[in-house]
Structures are given as C-alpha cells and as structure tokens.
Design a protein around this ligand. Structure first.
Ligand SMILES: [Zn+2]
Length: 181
C-alpha cells in the first residue's frame, strides 16, 4: 500500500526544470518553473507515493495548460490532474490540500473560501455561464466558484443545466428572486 499525501507545498519558484526537480523530497512536494513573467511548469513529486515526478504545463502557448492560483499564501491548480499512465492517480490541488477524486465528488478543502453568492448571481442575471467562465470574470479559483454554485443549487437559487458542447452551466432558478422585477 502506498502512502498518499493529504497536503502539498510549493518548495520554490525557479527558472529551470532541473532546479525544480532538485527541490522535491517528499510526495506532494512541488516547485514552479517561471521565466520572466511567465509560469511555465508545475513540477511535482506525485502525491500518491509512487515516486514519479510529474510536469504540468502552465503555459498556454505550449498547448493544453493548467492554471495556478495563489490566494492568501496558498496555491491551487485547475483543472484536476488525471494521470492516464503510471499510477493513474486523479486528484485536485486546492487550498493546500490534495483531494482524491476516487473518494467522491463532494470532498472539499478544510479551508474553503467560497465565492460570494451575490457576485455569482449578478453575473448570471446577464445570461447562463459555466463556472470556469464565471471564475475568469470574478478572478476567483474555479473550484471555489463551482462549490458556491452547487450550494446555490441546493438552496434553490440556481438551476444546473447541461448542453452538448457547452458542459454544465447555471441559470437563475425560474421564478426565483432574480426573475422578479
Ligand atoms: Zn503516482
């Protein structure tokens, strides 16, 4: 049985991949490769304990890219890391915690910072949107926005919907407060 890390930490921000790899000691250790103003890669010792070093592209000019966010001294990554090979781990890095996707979809970090519902509702009053677009508009972490949207669904203020080629998106509940003038 492997030892899974429940937390990760950024050990440093360096210019070269080899320097980043040299900073990794334990499962969940990370380093950011940054040149000039551009974040290039997140280099990580796989948090599931398999010992492999993962390189996650952060530069959209080099193809499919993840985004990394720093808020209140903690880093979060979006989207999840879903390894197609090797240990085949699937996890989320969110507010300093490793959340394992095979443990269910409702896991949340202990230090959750929810996006304010009113900010989401006022944007959605202009039209439906998915949480990634909402997060961009609000300058928030997509996971925080997604969690806030799900809570608004549970309290009856938003409706979750799905459209081909669009994915899941949210609209204000018909007849809800936003639809009354
Ligand atoms: Zn692994």
């Amino acid at each position: 049985m492997t030892m899974r890390a429940s937390r990760y930490s950024i050990r440093g921000i360096v210019e070269r991949h080899s320097e980043a790899a040299a900073l990794l000691a334990n499962a969940g250790d990370c380093a950011i490769v940054k040149r000039g103003d551009t974040q290039r890669q997140l280099v990580m010792r796989c948090p599931d304990g398999c010992g492999e070093t993962l390189s996650v592209n952060l530069d959209a000019r080099s193809g499919k890219a993840w985004r990394i966010y720093e808020r209140r001294g903690r880093w979060s990554l979006f989207p999840s890391i879903d390894r197609p090979t090797g240990c085949k781990s699937h996890f989320i890095l969110w507010h300093g915690q490793v959340l394992w996707c095979d443990l269910g979809h409702d896991e949340e970090p202990q230090e959750l910072v929810l996006t304010e519902p009113d900010r989401i509702l006022s944007l959605l009053a202009a039209g439906p949107a998915d949480y990634v677009r909402l997060a961009d508009q609000l300058d928030e972490i997509p996971w925080d926005v997604l969690t806030a949207c799900r809570r608004l669904v549970r309290t009856g203020r938003l409706v979750e919907s799905e459209r081909p080629n669009y994915g899941i998106f949210w609209i204000p509940k018909p007849g809800g407060p936003l639809n009354r003038s």
